[in-house]
Design a protein around this ligand. Structure first.
Ligand code: F6P
Length: 319
């Protein structure tokens, strides 16, 4: 292994830059050359590849987004796309690849490894929906962004004695909703992994009202339904005319938290070690504060699950 490359793919996440920096610096420290591929798998197929030096990743650790740019490129699922990608890697004499991204990016990494090109996956997505790791890079930052918004909405909700619905991202996963709802003391947390009953939600709000609560906040994960649809249903069930806030892409930006920077640094460095050992087809992750690696195909087969105990705790504490 003499020359490795790195790309970021799918939705960006705060901390992707910190992970890229770690890969570049650790690789150079180990005597490797590193190449950056712009725009994820799209850039790989198009040969949008440049050499990275120690200085290329300077002043990057604290920046959100990804300086390698990102793209969603479903065409990489085709044989044609994958063969073109491998052709580019060979042309640039690259021996190993690190892919930072979510589920779709892992499929690309798996396909390249199956075709004989060692590739490592680093979990980078705000959704926290990748198996084999307790946390994905970007989740903690997104969570704190949501929490900041939730705290601010609580101020105005109290002043006007209003009910607020906050729609958060997460695709099919409810982690952002659950963790922000628990941290922000939401009255109800609606996630795709748990069924809900609108009568129960209304009952909960009514009880709060009866004991003098000045506001109610409901966090709805986008994977269940939109915040606006939830508000319409809620109005049909009870006397609640909720205001809706859709946080949207604000959740994807911003400077990564210390947690995300440290996680990204650890995972980036471990990826390089694995490539140095000539091991591909692995996804790195963190489990009980230890850096681990798992077979990427196994990770893709496992469905991410919500922390049931945390969900139960959130509903106990919000009565
Ligand atoms: O996967 C990250 C994510 O932000 C999801 O939470 C969301 O559903 C999706 O990406 C939005 O995708 P896009 O930025 O392409 O609209």
């Amino acid at each position: 292994m003499k020359r490795i490359a790195i790309l970021t793919s799918g939705g960006d996440a705060p901390g992707m830059n910190a992970a890229t920096r770690a890969v570049v610096r650790k690789a150079i420290y180990e005597g490797l050359e590193v190449y950056g591929i712009n725009y994820g798998f799209l850039g790989l197929v198009n040969g949008d590849i440049r050499k990275l030096e120690l200085g290329s990743v300077g002043d990057l650790l604290h920046r959100g987004g990804t300086f390698l740019y990102s793209a969603r490129y479903p065409e990489f699922a085709t044989e044609e796309g994958q063969l073109k990608g491998i052709e580019q890697l060979k042309k640039h004499q690259i021996d190993g690849l690190v892919v930072i991204g979510g589920d779709g990016s892992y499929h690309g990494a798996e396909a390249l490894t199956k075709r004989g090109f060692p590739t490592i996956g680093i979990p980078g997505t705000i959704d926290n929906d990748i198996s084999g790791t307790d946390f994905t890079i970007g989740f903690d930052t997104a969570l704190n962004t949501v929490l900041d918004a939730l705290d601010k909405i609580r101020d105005t909700a109290t002043s006007h004695e209003r009910t607020f619905i906050i729609e958060v991202m997460g695709r099919d996963a409810g982690d952002i909703a659950l963790w922000s709802g628990l941290a922000g003391g939401a009255e109800a947390i609606i996630v795709p992994e748990e069924s809900f009953n609108m009568d129960d939600v209304v009952d909960r709000l009514n009880k709060g009202r009866e004991r003098g609560k000045k506001h109610s906040i409901i966090v709805v994960a986008e994977g269940v339904m939109s915040g606006n649809d939830f508000a319409k249903q809620l109005a049909e069930y009870g006397d609640y005319h909720a205001r809706v806030t859709v946080l949207g892409h604000v959740q994807r930006g911003g400077s990564p938290t210390a947690f995300d920077r440290v996680l990204a640094s650890r995972l980036g460095a471990r990826s390089v070690e694995l490539l140095l050992e000539n091991r591909g087809g692995l996804a790195v992750g963190i489990r009980e504060n230890r850096i681990v690696e798992n077979d990427i195909s196994e990770i893709l087969k496992e469905k991410h699950t919500l922390d049931q105990k945390l969900f139960d705790l959130a509903s106990i504490l919000s009565i």
